[in-house]
Design a protein around this ligand. Structure first.
Ligand code: GLC
Length: 520
């Protein structure tokens, strides 16, 4: 595998990396299905290299009936023909590695598809050897075992009655996504083998879907509990998952989707646990729901640093994903989305960009008759990426599976790349600045007061590396200018979210919604 240009000596590559999430269905269709494919990802690796990211995470590409667009896996060890099959993945991994880009797959361990052979066997009879690979409870068809609700469709029971064997099976998500019973050692062994399968093929790691849910204690199925998850068991599974990754070259990474909106709890799953290492990285999703104001951000960032710091864990940050309204649409303006980008790439930790975020894409407006998401609200953020201004925007020509985001004739990768003032150039400058600065990549972080006691709208953080390299990040959350006098100046504007004044002395004032990266 090629050396990463960003390596800071002695640190694992993923601490220095900026990662890029690809939702393959929406990235680029080369085959005329209207659904993106892996050759479409390979075609645009140039864009990723040009942008300056260090690796990509592919949302699930495994064979799937697509009840949850790939998060319902029917075979953990293959690639769906819709995406081009195994050959397309091998080609993508090889070409990514040639360019020094790492590749993470999306491992979905909590549940399989109801079409997975394991579940087909499990449901076939009560004495099938795989019966207890899933969670079955006896009863009568009129009354589910508990009142627990599934995530999809919202409000429906987390149990489905199965006529063949006259029992209920449990699913945290859709009925087509039965939960695996990880308390069965055979399930854990089989799932660990699926990791080895991909590690042997050369992937660099995994994003791990709702990983905090895998540990379950079936004695909790009853009215006293809100679900069967058992964190103690999850920690045990995570240590064994980690051991599988560590048995390779010490270079493979896990990034957990620990979807708990409490960073203190999330931190329990990351880094050096009391009984051994668990996840390398884990997303903190609280920032995706924070009010756009300095105080909640300052408070949360400091809390996250403290929670993760207790174990010496490395933070992970994202502004968008395939599960939530895009940052540009949430914040309501491109100016704010640009300021958020400066903050994201100024934070201590590993940032994840969501494809199209660098283009400032908004969510598509999806009319009811075109909606396909079982959750009902995630189609907009999964709209296809427009690559150029041509009629099909660089896609093969079939109508894409979801409508385009707003203004694809102008808001597409090629047009924005032609415009040095566009948001994609801001992202590119930020990535280059991060790559060049030990303070930004690896330095510690201090939250500074904005200087003026009446100035509640400016968030300031200082990054400082042991070699003395320093940067300041300052963000004005207000829609009007704010004074800000940085400590121990003078400081030069390295990057501004507005593009103004770069290379000039910082004028001690921030424009409305402006964020700056300052260097001494
Ligand atoms: C995670 C995924 C989401 C999926 C769910 C069930 O939250 O990010 O897209 O629907 O898990 O797998």
């Amino acid at each position: 595998m090629t050396d990463q240009p960003t390596s800071t000596s002695g640190r694992p590559w993923w601490m220095d990396a900026v990662m890029y999430q690809i939702y393959p269905r929406s990235f680029c269709d080369t085959s005329g299905t209207g659904v993106g494919d892996l050759d479409g990802v390979r075609r645009h690796l140039d864009h990723l290299s040009w942008l300056g990211v260090d690796g990509l995470w592919l949302s699930p590409i495994f064979p799937s009936p697509m009840a949850d667009h790939g998060y319902d896996v029917a075979d953990y060890c293959d690639v769906d023909p819709l995406f081009g099959g195994m050959a397309a993945l091998d080609a993508l991994v090889a070409e990514s590695h040639e360019r020094g880009l790492r590749v993470l797959l999306d491992w979905v361990p909590n549940h399989s598809s109801d079409q997975h052979p394991w579940f087909l066997e499990s449901r076939s009879s009560r004495d099938n050897p795989r019966r207890d690979w899933y969670i079955w409870v006896d009863g009568t068809p009129d009354e589910p075992p508990t009142k627990w609700k599934a995530t999809f469709p919202p409000g429906t029971p987390a149990w489905t009655w199965d006529d063949t064997t006259q029992a209920w099976y449990h699913h945290r998500f859709a009925p087509q996504q039965p939960d695996l019973d990880w308390s069965n050692p055979a399930v854990e062994a089989a799932m660990l083998d699926t990791l080895r399968f991909w590690l042997d093929r050369g992937v660099d790691g995994f994003r791990m879907d709702v990983i905090h849910m895998i540990g379950k204690d079936l004695s909790r199925i009853g009215p006293d509990y809100g679900d069967a998850t058992d964190p103690v068991r999850t920690h045990g599974h995570l240590r064994r998952i980690r051991a599988v990754l560590d048995a390779y070259d010490g270079d493979r990474v896990s990034v957990g989707e620990v979807y708990i909106l409490d960073v203190e709890q999330v931190a329990e799953y990351i880094g050096a646990g009391p009984e051994g290492p668990e996840l390398h990285l884990g997303f903190d999703f609280v920032p995706l729901f924070l009010e756009w104001a300095a105080d909640p951000w300052r408070t949360h960032l400091a809390q996250a640093e403290a929670a993760l710091g207790r174990r010496g864990s490395w933070p992970t940050w994202a502004l968008s994903s395939h599960d939530i309204t895009r940052v540009r649409s949430r914040l309501g303006s491109e100016e704010k989305a640009r300021a958020a980008a400066v903050l994201l790439l100024g934070l201590r930790g590993t940032p994840f960009l969501y494809a199209g975020e660098e283009l400032g894409l908004e969510d598509a407006t999806v009319p009811p008759e075109l909606r396909v998401d079982p959750a009902g609200f995630r189609d907009g953020c999964r709209a296809p990426i427009p690559w150029d201004a041509s009629p099909h925007h660089g896609w093969a020509g079939a109508t894409p599976w979801l409508p385009w985001p707003p203004d694809p004739d102008v808001r597409n990768a090629a047009s924005l790349r032609d415009d040095p003032a566009s948001i994609v150039h801001l992202y590119r400058r930020l990535l280059a600045a991060r790559r060049a600065s030990a303070a930004l990549r690896a330095g510690d972080v201090t939250f500074l007061p904005a200087g003026d006691p009446d100035n509640d709208d400016v968030l300031v953080l200082e990054r400082r590396a042991p070699d003395g390299d320093r940067r300041l990040v300052a963000l004005n959350f207000a829609p009007t200018p704010r004074p800000f006098t940085p400590p121990a100046g003078p400081w030069t504007v390295e990057i501004s979210s507005t593009g103004a004044g770069e290379g000039a002395p910082f004028p001690n004032e921030l424009a409305p919604d402006e964020a700056v990266l300052l260097r001494p």
